[in-house]
Design a protein around this ligand. Sequence first.
Ligand code: PAF
Length: 280
Amino acid sequence: MQVIKTISHLKEILDQARASKKSIGFVPTMGALHEGHASLVRQSVLENDITVVSIFLNPTQFNDPKDLERYPRTLVSDCELLEKCGAQIAFAPSVEEVYPETDTRTFSYPPTDTVMEGEKRPGHFNGVCQIVSKLFYITNPDNSYFGEKDYQQIAVIRRMVEDLRFKTRIIPCPVIREENGLAMSSRNTLLTKEEKNIAANIYKVLSESKNTQMSLKETESWVTDKINSIDGLVVEYFNIVNGLTLASIDSWNDTDNIVGCITVYCGKTPIRLIDHIRYK
Ligand code: PAF
């Protein structure tokens, strides 16, 4: 596997690959890779001639500097994992390489980027669109792989791809979970063992909520109250929304694509965890 640091070098290699009619799969990451990322990379390796994985901790999508500061950085072990998964290229540029000047572009795709994470983390999706659009321009992939753990992010990126007419296919990949049900996330390494066990209750309660016969609004309150009653967990929001537009809905009959999205603070630090559940 090649580790490439500059845009010009990556473009040169990918131009040659395209000239020899090779398909390009792309997996954008911020590093601190785990089995969830590995599953995206393996899928890309199966479906493309060349898999490029970007490892770039994108500062423009962090609205909280402390969150950026404590984000795990593990380039050496990340590259080892990518090599094992069969990726051909790791693209690990510096911040100066990606942003030689401040990126002043703005993106707006309501309601996908204004509700939930969009409301709680102002500027977050703008930063995601800045980096993902740059990476799409650089790699021009046939297929791009995103984890459904960041469910809202995929909805925003789909809108950006339509808007900017990128030709890449967006391939959503299922959440990979720990044995206890906790959604895998780079942030999980910041949790203690005990906190990980507590955090497993998030998905447990979400799963249980599929079997209650309550109205949509009652389900929102039931999940929120049940998780808040567990020591060490505080719900920031739990919204049951249209699974495509992410617009809020009032009844189970409003659409046939319904997803519940949750953000929970866990532990003393505390660590912000997100998850979701599909109702239909
Ligand atoms: O999902 C992530 O890890 C990031 O938001 C992404 C897509 C790599 C952009 O920095």
